[in-house]
Write a new protein. Sequence first.
Lengths: 463, 194
Amino acid sequence: MVAAAQHPNIELMTYAEVKKVSGYIGNFTVSVRKKAKYVDWDLCTGCGTCIEKCPTKKIKDEFNLGIGLRTAIHKLFPQAVPGKPYIDAESCRKLTQDKCGVCEKVCPTKAINFNDKDEMVDIEVGAIVMATGYDLFKWEEVYGEYGYGKYPDVISGLHFERLVSAGGPTGGKIVRPSDGKEPKSVAFIKCVGSRDDTKGKSYCSRACCMYTAKHAYQVKDKIADSEAYVFYMDVRTAGKNYEEFYQRALNAGAKYIRGRVSKIYPRGDKLVLKSEDTLLGMPIEVEADLVVLATAMVPSAGAVDLAKAIGFSVDKDGFYQEAHPKLQPMETFAAGVYLAGACQGPKDIPDTVAQASGAAVKVCGLFSKPELATDPMTSVVDATKCSGCGLCVPICPYGAISLKERKERGGHGQGPFIRQVAEVNSSLCQGCGACVPACRTMALNLKGFTDEQLVAEVDALCL
Amino acid sequence: MRKRVGVFVCECGTNIAATVNTEKVAEYASTLPGVAYATTYKYMCSDPGQELIRASIAEHELEQVVVASCSPRMHENTFRRAVEAGGINPYMFEMVNIREQNSWVHHDKQLATSKAMDLVRMAVSKVLKNQPLQKSTIPITKKAMVIGGGIAGMQAALDIAEAGYQVILLEREASIGGKMAQLDKTFPTMDCAA
C-alpha cells in the first residue's frame, strides 16, 4: 500500500468514483466524481486529534464488519493510505443537524471544511485497467437452513479474518460475536453460495478451500484444546505449496468432514450442525461455539454498470468478460481496457498479482509505441448520399457515429444551407458493419466489404 | 489496376487435402478470369509457404492474392504480412476458409471440392474489386488509470509506474488496500496481508 502511495509516478485518487468514460484506445476521457471528504487533505497532517475528540462514537465499523465501533470522522482503518481522516456525512451531527463541530475546533491545521462539496473532474488517459475486485455473496438472503443471518455466531470468512487479525478490533483474539467468549469448537462450512446451482452460483470461488484451511489452522494454533471441523464437498488445492498447506492444517488437528450441512440451530449457547458424513455414509451432528461460512465471491457492487459505462461486456455472473479465455485473459472487447484480479473471475492473491502484472505489461506495450496504427477496415459515409436521418447512430455498438453539420452549396436559386450528415470516428469504429444495412440511402459502406465487393461475390456464386 | 490474381490453395497436411482435392481446386482457379497463377502447398502458413507467396508475387507480377486455407481468425494477419512483404498492398488480399467451413464439416470429397471451387471463385471476384487501404495512426496519451485500489489495482499501478509511465490509482473508499487490507495472514506462506 505504502509503496503505491509513495511512487512518484502514481497519483492516488481515493474516495472517488468513475461516472462516465468516453473516447477510445489511447485517448479516453474519464469523468470522476471526487466525493466530499470535509477534510482538506493538503492541510491535514493525520494527527488524529479530531478522531479522538469526535463525540459521535457509536457507529458500527463497516471495515470490521460491524465488530467494534467508530467515530463519524474517521480513517477507514488505522493504517489507511493516505493516512488522513474523512467525515461520514450521514452520521456527522454537524452535517446532519448543524450541532457539534468539535473536530473543526480541535484541528490544529484548520483542515476541517464542512462546506466541502463533491467535485467532478475529467481526466485524459490512454489506457484503463479494471481492478474492481469482488464482494461476498449475500448468504443471509437465501440460506434459511443457516439461519438467514439471525444467529450472531454464524459469520463469514471475512468476518473471521477481522477477528483473527492482530490489527483488528479484538487484537487477534478469536471471540464469539454473541458473548465475546473464546470458542472452543469452531465449524467451517465451505461452498456457501459457490457450486450451488439452486441457491447460489454454479462456479467454484477458488480461494475458499485454502483460506478455510488457514482458518482451521489458526483456530488450532491460537485456541488451546480447541476443535476445528471443516464441512466440505471437495478439497481443491491446485496451487504451488497449497496441498502441503492443507496437510499442515490436517496435521494440526483440523477435522475434515465430507458433507453438506443441512441445518444449523441453537442448543443452549451452542450451535448444532446437522449433516451427513458421506464417507461414513451416516448422518452426524456437531456442536460448535462458532460457525464460519466460506461464502462465494461475486462481482463488486456497481461493477456491471461500470462495464456498461465504459462499453465492454460481462459474463453470465457479472464478472468482466475477457477477450479470449486462454489467449487474452487480461483484455476486454474494448481496446485499451484491461483486466486485473477478481473482477474477471474469482481469484486468490497469487493469481491476482500475476494477472495485474500481465495487465500492466499490456498497458506498457501500448505506451511504448509512438502512435497507434488503426485497422483501415472501418465504415465510411458518402456525405452526398447521406440524408441525415440518424438511424445508424444508435445502432453503432461503439458510439462511433455522430451527426455533424455540413455546409451545402445549394442550387436552383437556393443559397448555401447547412444540413446534418452522419460522420464515423474511424478510431472508435471496429468495422463490425452493423450500420451498413441500417442505412436507407446506402451512404454507409464498410471498407474492405463494400456493397460492390459483396455483390461481386454473390454474382460469382449465383450467376 | 491490372487483374493479376494469384490463388494459393493450402492442404493443411491432411486437414484440408483429405476431404478437398486441392490440386483440382488450383487447376480450376487458374481458369478463372483475372487469375494469373494458382498453386497448392502443404502448409501455406509455414515459412516456406509464405515465401512461396512472396516469390510468386514477383515472378508472376501478381496484383491481388487469394489464399484458400483455414479461418481468417487464424492466419489472416499472417498472409497479409506475406502479401505486404511481396510488395503489394496487404488489403489486396482475400482469404477463403476451406477448412473450418468445408473440409472439417463435410465427408463427400467430390461435393467438398466443388464447394471449395465456388468459394474460391467468389473470393477471386471480390478481390478484383478490392481497393488498397492504408492504416491510419492515432496519438496515445501515455498515462493510465487503474480503477480499484485493492491488491490487483496496486500491483498493476506499481508495475506501470515502474516502467516510467504516469498512473492514476482510483479507489472509491477513502483508503487503498481493498479486501486485502481486511485480511490477516495469507496462505500458503502465512505472511501478513497489510
